[in-house]
Design a protein around this ligand. Structure first.
Ligand code: ATP
Length: 216
């Protein structure tokens, strides 16, 4: 479902990605590992079309994603890709459940169905009782789980996650990892996950490493 080829990216003199190749099948769970500063987040941003490479191409469902106009790209991203990043960017004036439903409403889904799915996701992630709280009233781990629910609300084909269990204790991390596998089973979603968590990278179908700007 995804193919990245010849991806290069530099920041000034710093060559971070030097021709990365990656192919991911639909329904696959791939863990990306590598040392701090290896370029994992940089690659994830490019795969998610949030940043463009200096050279190279990304195909999602055989579509050359960067050949689209910025408007097409934004619509494609909202519908097809769910992001779980380290900085959650929850909207402070909205409650947990409201934060989760926003991408669903933007995507044109029916409000009642979106609300019900949001409540289910929050419940599955163990924060059903916190759904009417605002971000300032939630812990770091609770924020994380709201952001994960928000990423999943549109049932995107592709989920890109950067250290998704980074803020969670081992029990909640395991629940989250199990949720990913459950979603893959139910919806055949594809996951590309940057992680330092050995349990998660061991559970993944495949573990790839970025080293010296290349994918090993
Ligand atoms: N916007 C930017 N401007 C300049 N340098 C950047 C920028 N973003 C990232 N870098 C640099 O590029 C390199 C790769 O960063 P990146 O965040 O992709 O690494 P990472 O493998 O995800 O690291 P970590 O595991 O520590 O999160 C780092 O040296 C970082 O300092």
């Amino acid at each position: 479902m995804l193919r990245a080829t010849g991806i290069q990216k530099s920041y000034g003199q710093l060559k971070v990605l030097k021709g990365v190749e990656l192919s991911v099948e639909r329904g696959e769970i791939v863990a990306i590992v590598g040392a701090s500063g290896a370029g994992k987040s940089t690659l994830l941003h490019i795969l998610g079309t949030l940043d463009s490479p200096d050279s190279g191409k990304v195909y999602i469902d055989n579509k050359d994603v960067f050949s689209q106009s910025s408007k097409e790209l934004a619509a494609f991203r909202n519908k097809s890709i769910g992001f779980v990043f380290q900085f959650h960017n929850l909207l402070p004036e909205f409650t947990a459940v409201e934060n989760v439903i926003i991408p669903g409403l933007i995507g044109g889904k029916e409000e009642k169905a979106v609300k019900q799915r949001a409540a289910e996701l929050l419940e599955m992630l163990g924060i059903g009782l916190r759904k009417d709280h605002k971000p300032s009233e939630l812990s770091g781990g609770e924020h994380q789980r709201v952001a994960i629910s928000r990423a999943l609300i549109n049932a995107p084909d592709l989920i890109l996650a950067d250290e998704p269990s980074g803020n969670l204790d081992s029990k909640n991390a395991l629940e989250l990892h199990n949720l990913f596998f459950q979603l893959r089973k139910e919806l055949n979603q594809t996951f590309i996950i940057v992680t330092h968590n050995n349990d998660l990278s061991a559970m993944a179908d495949r573990r790839v490493e970025i080293r010296d700007g290349q994918m090993l």
